[in-house]
Write a protein that binds this ligand. Structure first.
Ligand SMILES: *Cc1c(COP(=O)(O)O)cnc(C)c1O
Length: 370
């Protein structure tokens, strides 16, 4: 079976690297999408052991599951923020699980306040403001309504946040977002602020505020900053070779006969495919839109080897002609990303990003913690 091995030490080391960059600010962690595909509870517990206490999920359900995981293991003090806010129906579960919703529009604020009133409870919420991404967030023009809710005692704001659209790129959007964010925060004196994702965490203390929210960098993916080199790969995806065949020059391999063999070729057939989240766009040949680029590389018995032909649902072919024959046999595991194959390199070859490779890891890929 395909397997992803997760290196707890590397995860913790990456968190500490980011924490060292954030000065006095607390360093949180984005663990949405089941901890970027690796398992939110295990990721969060490992990061909690490193000193992290602030966790960001996308949905209330993810937050409830994470709280259960924490409670079962005695990590009661963790803060869990729900980035995609709440509906009225979610409020009881949020209260029960002590989740902090990130409210991004007036309807959500109204739903949250009504839910609190019905429950006869007070609880903190975070507010997200729009500063240029045009994705989720309150507009500055809505500040008077928000401030009225705060002044009336219905809304207890514990964090004000916004999200950077292009912290991993040059250009002036990032600085402009920061200026807008500062102007908004002035309406919430004394309330904690959070702006930086992974890429933002590398922009210096001006972006750290009181809390940072890195995700991909913790998992060893490229955040788009020069000092990324210090981050360590966390996830290693491997699968076993099922068969080794030799084909003659002139023959073809895989669906669509997309790979025409230009030499006698030893082909290793590996039990991993796009159903496991290994993208078809990583194919060595035969995928439209990507004809000018070569496919991804894998790693077998100490050698880098190319993906051959089209990745299929459960199987991928590797050209292992250049690996000594006695090192490649059924059962040998091939690495598709990890310590020897950069996840960002695979993502580049497939026209995607490391986030998508991790978040898309299939359910049948076994998660093994080291
Ligand atoms: C996903 C997410 C993050 C983390 O982003 P990375 O680029 O993975 O560091 C931070 N904040 C918000 C609002 C997010 O959606």
């Amino acid at each position: 079976m395909p397997r992803v091995e997760i290196d707890t030490k590397a995860l913790n080391a990456n968190w500490r690297t980011l924490d060292a960059l954030s000065g006095k600010a607390r360093t949180g962690a984005a663990v949405k999408a089941d901890g970027y595909g690796l398992g939110a509870t295990r990721v969060a517990q490992a990061l909690h052991d490193a000193g992290c206490h602030d966790f960001f999920v996308a949905w209330a359900d993810e937050g409830v599951a994470l709280r259960q995981g924490f409670d079962e293991t005695g990590y009661g003090d963790a803060r869990i923020y729900v980035l995609q806010g709440v509906s009225l129906g979610d409020v009881p579960a949020c209260l029960e699980a002590r989740l902090i919703p990130v409210l991004s529009n007036l309807a959500e604020i109204a739903a949250w306040c009504e839910g609190l009133e019905r429950a006869g409870r007070r609880a903190p919420a975070a507010l997200q403001f729009e500063t240029g991404m045009n994705r989720l967030g309150l507009d500055a023009a809505e500040l008077p309504v928000v401030r009225a809710a705060v002044a009336g005692g219905a809304l207890d704001v514990s964090l004000v946040m916004s999200h950077l659209a292009s912290a991993d790129e040059t250009g002036d959007q990032t600085a402009a977002q920061r200026r807008q964010f500062l102007a908004i925060c002035e309406h919430f004196p004394g309330v904690e602020r959070s702006l930086a994702n992974s890429a933002g965490s590398f922009l210096g203390l001006d972006y750290a505020f009181e809390l940072t929210r890195p995700g991909i960098a913790l998992y060893g993916g490229r955040a788009g900053a020069p000092s990324d080199g210090k981050l360590t790969p966390v996830a290693t995806l491997t699968a076993a070779i099922l068969q080794v065949r030799t084909a003659k020059a002139g023959e073809a391999a895989g669906y669509g006969a997309a790979a025409r063999l230009t030499r006698d070729t030893r082909i290793a057939t590996v039990g991993l495919g796009y159903a496991d989240g290994y993208p078809r766009a990583a194919s060595g040949a035969g995928v439209p839109l990507r004809e000018t680029r070569s496919g991804a590389m894998a790693f077998v018995a100490g050698h880098s080897v190319p993906v051959l032909g089209r990745v299929s649902m459960d199987l991928t072919l590797l050209d292992v002609t250049d690996v000594p024959a006695d090192l490649v046999e059924p059962g040998t595991r091939a690495e598709f990303f990890g310590a020897n194959v950069s996840i960002d390199g695979v993502a580049d070859a497939a026209g995607t990003i490391a986030y998508e490779l991790l978040a898309g890891l299939g359910r049948r890929v076994e998660r093994v913690w080291r």
